[in-house]
Design a protein around this ligand. Structure first.
Ligand code: UD1
Ligand code: UDP
Length: 346
């Protein structure tokens, strides 16, 4: 049988790596890259270092488009591929606009949809990701949840749980595969930072406020900056050197990202995936958001939400940590379980 996997944004390449290995064992695996992320260090680097096969289809959708246009172009292109390839199922990951485009095409063409990382909710409808994940879960035929909390979220929405599975998290699989290759990249103590959410970057005062607080921390900050954030920083007239305590570098590959996190004093981020990675690496995480879809990381103080009162950043970085839960995101065999279940159900 033929399965088309849709990827497009950085975290989806990482999630696809362990799944593709398993899919290839039993299915005719076709990968569509929507081109949502296109810079070499946001896309190609992951295909190379994680040994993902070259995409069978790669769209040139052009960067910097409004969300509707971006999603619309992806839909038109995915539809063409599906007409040509006649897949038995379409597989989508997470909550990006590439996920949404794949979901809507599957729904319109009546192709069974598989959603990996199902059931996550931040309950913040202002986030495009929340809209995307609700729609994906609503139309999915098979839903793979990383945690039991995600299953509970789906139950509340009345989503048929015959087809809902707790599979563990494929990002845990990936981390376990590479963790022993992580090595120290600096000979000084530092905080590891990433930021790319519109509410932290798309307003000049807000971005400046966050950067000023990072600039005041007791230890230096290493910050591989997402292209969205770089574009905004430039548009607002700042330069990378304006913040002396912040070492702004280009986005890094996956193993480097894990390496920076593993040897950091702590992690400060608004990323979804990095909140989990920090937890699995037993690092404190401060999440610069008002809510999180990864609520289980908050227990024991391992992850702390901070948005308005950034003056408490340093204080929060020094608080004690308790109650660590091993294997919160599974034992590293999520991809294998997921693909076995797909094989049984499809
Ligand atoms: C997207 C996802 C977000 C995810 C993030 C992962 C949506 C709505 N958002 O956010 O959920 O957490 O990816 O990183 O799908 N750009 C480049 N080069 C690139 C990629 C992006 O220059 O390779 C710039 C473009 O100017 C683009 C902007 O970044 O307009 C935003 O990119 P986009 O993919 O729309 O959203 P992200 O912020 O990356
Ligand atoms: N990541 C990376 N290089 C970087 C920053 C992040 O490889 O410069 C990895 C990170 O380790 C995690 C994933 O990208 O595995 C998270 O993606 P991102 O923060 O872009 O998206 P989100 O998870 O918020 O959707």
């Amino acid at each position: 049988k033929k399965i088309i996997s849709i990827v497009g944004a950085r975290p989806q390449f990482i999630k696809h790596a362990p799944i593709q290995i398993q899919l290839k064992r039993f299915f005719n695996d076709i990968t569509v890259h929507t081109g949502q992320h296109y810079d070499e260090n946001m896309s190609q680097v992951f295909f190379e270092e994680l040994n993902i096969s070259r995409p069978d289809y790669l769209f040139d959708i052009g960067g910097s488009k409004p969300q509707g246009e971006q999603t619309g172009i992806m839909m038109a292109e995915i539809e063409k591929v599906c007409i040509r390839e006649k897949p038995h199922a379409l597989l989508v990951y997470g909550d990006t606009n590439s996920t949404l485009a794949g979901t809507l095409v599957a729904a319109k063409m009546q192709i069974p949809l598989i959603h990996i990382e199902a059931g996550l909710r931040s309950y913040n409808m202002a986030m495009p990701e929340e809209v995307n994940r609700i729609i994906a879960d609503r139309f999915a035929y098979l839903l793979f949840c990383p945690t039991i909390e995600a299953v509970e979220n789906l139950k509340k929405e009345g989503i048929n749980y015959e087809n809902v599975f707790v599979s563990g998290d494929v990002m845990c699989d990936m981390l376990k595969l590479v963790e022993n290759r992580a090595k120290a990249l600096a000979d000084y103590p530092y905080y590891f930072v990433t930021l790319h959410r519109p509410y932290n970057t798309d307003n000049k005062e807000r971005l400046l406020q966050v950067l000023n607080h990072l600039n005041k921390l007791d230890w230096p900050v290493v910050f591989p900056m997402h292209p969205r954030t770089v574009t905004k920083l430039n548009n607002y007239g700042f330069k990378k050197g304006d913040f002396r305590n912040i070492n702004i570098i280009s986005p890094v590959g996956y193993i480097e990202s894990i390496s920076w996190q593993k040897f950091a004093l702590a992690v400060i981020t608004d990323s979804g995936g990095i909140q989990k990675e920090a937890y699995m690496l037993k690092k404190r995480c401060i999440t610069i958001r008002t809510e999180t879809e990864w609520k289980e990381t908050l227990k024991g103080g391992w992850n702390t939400l901070l948005y308005d009162n950034l003056e408490c950043l340093q204080e929060n970085l020094n608080k004690p940590l308790t109650d660590y839960q091993e294997d919160l995101y599974g034992k590293g065999n999520a991809a294998e379980e997921i693909v076995q279940l797909i094989k049984q159900r499809l």
